[in-house]
Design a protein around this ligand. Sequence first.
Ligand code: RP5
Length: 169
Amino acid sequence: MSIKASDQPLVGIIMGSSSDWPTLKNAAEVLQEFGVPFEKKVVSAHRTPQLLYDYATTASERGLKCIIAGAGGAAHLPGMTASMTLIPVLGVPVQSRALSGVDSLYSIVQMPGGIPVATFAIGSAGAINAGLFAVSMLAADSPGLTAKLEAFRKRQTKKVLESQKELEV
Ligand code: RP5
């Protein structure tokens, strides 16, 4: 499935490298499923620091309501982004080759008091939940999104209950 970003995004998805996209695309798919407009961009804390500065410092005025930031290894992208904007930053630790994402997780979760980053699980589960968390935040001002979340939860519960039948054949 090709994932297209919208003209007027409410959520920014940024990642340290295009190699992070297979993980972050899980967040994009959630936003697309809920009809939430988003943008996606490679922004590296270390390799494109000026781009990171420009992105983070203009995020709010450009209308973004939150940023999902994913990175692996020395994953400073979510924390540095959070340090330069007041909008919520949701950090997704990407599973790294050398240390399986534990390095990414620790880099993202161990923020100093005063600059929060909401940190999710390593890998695709974290990206899915970051997408759902963004939808939940936006749902606070959107009865339509709340209804979609309720329907999503019901479908999910039904699917799990039905999976029991597979054990019984
Ligand atoms: C991080 O380094 C990126 O977020 C990525 O997870 C990791 C490896 O990047 P590449 O070498 O694949 O570009 O900055």
